[in-house]
Design a protein around this ligand. Structure first.
Ligand SMILES: Cc1cc2nc3c(=O)[nH]c(=O)nc-3n(C[C@H](O)[C@H](O)[C@H](O)COP(=O)(O)OP(=O)(O)OC[C@H]3O[C@@H](n4cnc5c(N)ncnc54)[C@H](O)[C@@H]3O)c2cc1C
Length: 427
């Protein structure tokens, strides 16, 4: 009997722990072919003429893919890396390596699902199945107490029902060994220049250090609980002032699974705020699943459009350069531009200022965050912006925080930085 080969298509699940597509492939196949594609779609220009993926996020992605390759090699595997359209690349690799099936994790946002549909169509031409797995949410879709179409639009109701009637599944194991076919050319990772991007310039005011990859993600998680524990026993210990984990860049690329974060939080008896925030992430993803693009459909009735400023382009330029003249907003944007990261409250303030004070179309701001944020995640970014812009009816009280008058947005600093514990990564 001939060997069975399964191609594992990595996308936003760049880890070997709690990764169902990898473990399932290892169990079901004689040989596993792990693949990552740098898709030029994500590196083209957005409508404002800026890169869809900025250089800080691209660098974080490159580090994450390199770390995945290293972790796969540690268990006897390899990661094939290619630059190009996944539909063409996966088809070509499937033929070359006599692949029997292709596994991937299902996405929810429009662009991501379109890409998987193209892959599915391409593979189907050679009668190959693209098998979809659910792996990006804390709660498994099948375990929700309601079908997708009946998911409550209110976060408060969603939270109450999910917490009462559903459970988070345990994490699944990490494969100890992986068998791969004989690979001729695994491919090199591209450089930033090959992706059309410039090297980021370090900002001396920034103490934040985000390094991509599963290894760094797991270190960050450990450090977070360590610091939280010390902060509880020793009030002098430095910690993030808002007790946020700053895990989002790794979560966005799946370098750490939400379930792993959840079960670690439970085992450290660190419950409420972190788990609540993980639920926010699930909520936005499920809203996209339920409503599709309608969840972020811009209002385009006459009254809304005429409420926008006439000199939008000029105002948007001043906002994105941190030159609005409102100190806190400018400091927040300086931090975003220099580091690719700002905390949740500051995102709300910057977004609300653009939409409510400057009266600029929120879509411009969301696209700018897409370029700049190293934790960019379609459902979280566009969903949060849509809330602030009020383009859907699901308004939540937490968003009132953003609606401060500009006069209150004072700061003495021209740059804001939140403290991140130094990462010690063993190569
Ligand atoms: C305008 C705007 C745009 C945003 N864009 C993104 C984005 O592109 N990607 C992104 O991951 N988050 C986004 N957020 C949500 C939030 O700001 C970040 O997830 C948060 O700052 C991450 O910090 P943390 O890891 O310390 O969070 P923690 O408080 O430690 O929370 C743990 C995890 O929960 C998730 N989470 C927390 N808050 C939210 C939230 N409000 N919505 C969705 N998920 C949440 C994140 O994955 C986070 O890592 C946005 C918020 C706003 C207001």
């Amino acid at each position: 009997m001939s060997e069975r080969t399964i191609l594992v298509w990595f996308r936003n699940d760049l880890r070997i722990h709690d990764n169902e597509i990898l473990l399932e492939a290892v169990r079901k196949a004689d040989k596993v072919l792990p693949v990552y594609c740098f898709d030029p779609f994500y590196f083209r220009e957005n409508p404002s003429g800026n890169p869809k993926t900025g250089n800080l996020r691209a660098r974080f992605l490159l580090e994450s893919v390199a770390d995945l390759r290293k972790n796969l090699r540690n268990i006897g595997g390899e990661l094939i890396v290619r630059i190009g359209n996944p539909a063409e690349i996966l088809l070509q690799l499937a033929e070359q390596y006599h692949v029997n099936e292709v596994y991937h994790h299902r996405e929810v946002a429009h662009e991501e699902t379109e890409i998987s549909e193209q892959v599915e169509t391409a593979l189907w031409k050679i009668k190959l199945n693209l098998k979809h797995f659910i792996g990006h949410t804390l709660y498994h879709k099948e375990d929700l107490p309601f079908p997708i179409k009946d998911i409550p639009d209110s976060f408060a109701v969603f939270k109450k029902k999910v917490e009462r009637d559903s459970n988070v599944r345990p994490c699944i194991g990490t494969p100890e060994k992986i068998s791969i076919p004989l690979i001729g050319d695994a491919g090199e990772l591209p450089t930033l220049a090959e992706l059309g991007l410039e090297e980021p310039v370090g900002d001396p005011r920034s103490v934040n250090a985000f390094r991509g990859g599963e290894t760094a993600a797991l270190s960050q998680l450990d450090l977070f609980f360590l610091n939280e524990g010390q902060a509880n026993t020793n009030k002098n210990t430095r910690n993030t002032t808002d007790h946020s984990s700053q895990l989002s860049p790794w979560v966005a690329l799946g370098c750490v699974s939400l379930r792993h974060v959840y079960w670690e939080a439970i085992s450290h008896q660190h419950s409420s705020s972190l788990i609540l925030d993980l639920l926010w992430r699930d909520y936005f993803r499920f809203m996209f699943k339920k409503h599709g693009q309608k969840f972020i459909a811009a209002k385009n009735n006459e009254a809304e459009v005429s409420a926008l400023a006439d000199n939008q382009d000029e105002l948007f330029e001043s906002w994105k350069n941190g030159e609005t003249g409102v100190p806190l907003v400018d400091a927040i944007i300086h931090q975003l531009n220099a580091t690719g990261y700002i905390n949740n409250t500051n995102r709300q303030i910057a977004a609300s200022f653009l939409v409510n004070d400057l009266k600029v179309d929120w879509v411009k701001g969301a696209a700018y965050f897409e370029e700049k944020l190293i934790d960019y995640s379609p459902a979280s970014n566009w969903g949060n912006w849509a809330f602030i812009a009020g383009v859907n009816d699901a308004r939540e009280s937490r968003y009132a925080i953003a609606a401060k008058p500009a006069i209150q947005l004072e700061t003495k600093s021209e740059f804001i930085d939140t403290w991140l514990p130094a990462l010690h990564i063993v190569e």
